[in-house]
Design a protein around this ligand. Structure first.
Ligand code: SF4
Length: 270
């Protein structure tokens, strides 16, 4: 590995003021086995930036089976427009069938989103991340005041990495605001989800996302029936753990079970 986890503290401090493009360049040059996680507006910006730096960058997305039609349309637009290797991960069919058989299609309104997100997002994500040395996300600090204020531009992913196989997480847009993301989208004619034209800001699955009013925080449109510090879908579950159980500068302990289990996910969001 070109970048060791032992270097990350120093590296995160050095890169803190770098542009997103420079952080992306560092990630793409340092790792062969790296991929961009794609879901929202920020991720299209990353794909656009990355494809100007290198061809055939790997991009993956999680299809939970509950996405909006507009989101599927965006996935196809991105796949067709950019010279990237685009992969879509799906949940384990047996696990989804068991959940729906036992609790119905919308158990998250009653039981909270952790179980459904665990099956539809975390398990496929863990399966994908187990194959990578590093991943790149579109997380921004100002996306969620309850869970994302402490993220660094490069981190040791202690939730999805393992002691014997560390995983580096790059967050090139950590210090960008929503306004900067949207300025880049407009100036570079980057495709975006049509739901943004209808008042949606942070977009996840259809049953768990709603439009927000002017001056409402974007995260208020996600899992609105749950408290702020639990609003992580599982992709960045360590943020929620850090926000609820630890001082900001401390990351949660590494999950070493190696298996994608709902229990391991739940342990990190309680
Ligand atoms: Fe399930 Fe909602 Fe999570 Fe999507 S966002 S996986 S529908 S709980």
């Amino acid at each position: 590995m070109a970048i060791s986890v032992n270097d990350l503290g120093r590296l995160a401090a050095e890169c803190a003021d770098w542009s997103p493009q420079d952080i992306l360049r560092l990630a793409l040059n340092a790792f062969e086995n790296v991929a961009i996680s794609f879901s929202g507006a920020e991720d299209v910006v990353l794909v656009d930036m990355a494809s100007r730096i290198k061809k055939n960058v790997r991009v993956f997305s999680l299809d939970t089976g509950r996405l909006h039609p507009e989101t599927y349309k965006l996935l196809e637009q991105v796949r067709e427009r950019y010279p990237v290797q685009f992969e879509v991960m799906f949940p384990d069919a047996a696990a989804v069938e068991k959940l729906v058989r036992e609790k119905g299609l919308n158990s998250f309104y009653r039981d909270g989103h952790k179980e459904c997100c665990g099956i539809r997002k975390v398990m496929p994500l863990r399966r994908k991340l187990a194959t990578l040395d590093a991943w790149i996300t579109g997380q921004r600090k100002d996306q969620s005041p309850g869970t994302r204020l402490a993220i660094d531009v490069v981190e040791d992913d202690k939730v999805f990495g393992r002691t014997e196989k560390p995983l580096i997480k790059f967050n090139p847009l950590a210090n960008w605001s929503s306004a900067e993301v949207w300025r880049y989208i407009r100036e570079n004619d980057v495709p975006f989800n049509e739901l943004h034209l209808k008042g949606f800001v942070s977009i996840g699955c259809e049953p768990c996302t709603r439009a927000v009013l002017p001056n409402q925080h974007e995260r208020e449109g996600r899992w609105w029936w749950e408290e702020e510090t639990l609003k992580e879908c599982g992709l960045h579950v360590g943020n929620a753990a850090a926000a609820t159980t630890q001082p900001r500068s401390v990351t949660p302990s590494r999950v070493d079970d190696g298996e994608a289990t709902i229990e391991s996910y739940a342990r990190h969001v309680r």
